[in-house]
Design a protein around this ligand. Sequence first.
Ligand code: BDR
Ligand code: CA
Length: 308
Amino acid sequence: KRKIIIDCDPGHDDAIAILLAAGARESIELAAITTVAGNAEIGKTTRNALQVCEMAGILDVAVAQGAGQPLVRMRETAPSIHGDTGMDGPKLPEPRLKPAEEHAVDLIIRKLLESDGDITLVPTGPLTNIAMAMRREPAILPKIKEIVLMGGGTFGNWTPAAEFNIYADAEAAKVVFESGVPLTMMGLDVTHQALVTPAISAGFAAIGTPAAAFVGELIVYFREAYRDVFGFTDPPVHDVCCVAYCIDPTIFECRKLHVDIETKGEFSYGMTVIDQTGVTGKEANVNVAFELDFGKFWDLILGAVAKL
Ligand code: BDR
Ligand code: CA
């Protein structure tokens, strides 16, 4: 069983990632959920996380609010993809659950220091909280089992070079990528294979539970946004790849490579510079995912959502 903290900015795909974790209780122990500004402002991503927890029946896990601003740059949100609330589409009641009193960064530090080194961090938004925790308390570094993050890739979606999560706080990403902690990166190369085809949507519809209907509503909105903005037929559920990897890494094909984060480029700010040919001669610091097994991936998610 993997013990994880999901650090997220829900976010349609973040929401489905949380649902997968909740439905896979035999393989995942959810130690906490922390929120960060990203797809929307921090108050919105926190509210969305609480709503998703109620929908998923996650009533016993702390949800702690984190950073509302990136470390250095100006805040960037993604209303074109996720709507003004950050999770437009489904109509959920105001959450009754309340966020924890502790700040996300304090909670991450405390949980790690109290742990036996068995916690995996799963960031599915900008890396602000994780970088702040690393800088504030470096003693957490050897305590982190692994970081399985969504971000980056050999191409971009927010600029031609940069993926949104890295672009939204590249200085934070630089701290995390240079930390020496074992990193697995679910970048756009692999997440763009995690597509919700009409057959997969039909699979969720056939489950017939409120949680599955909620996923259906998220996907209806996400499909339209991806069609309008990127001309995609089917939307990719990026963040879900991280939780799927924690449950069953055999779904993914990865390569250990050296990755640097660009923080100065005129056209390439936020790029994950992936050394695929070994030209830098630098030691690999990231396990980069490139391929996923589509059938195994969706069987896992459909099975988990059906249990909620
Ligand atoms: C990432 O950005 C957000 O819009 C998604 O939730 C995902 O984490 C994809 O680039
Ligand atoms: Ca996200």
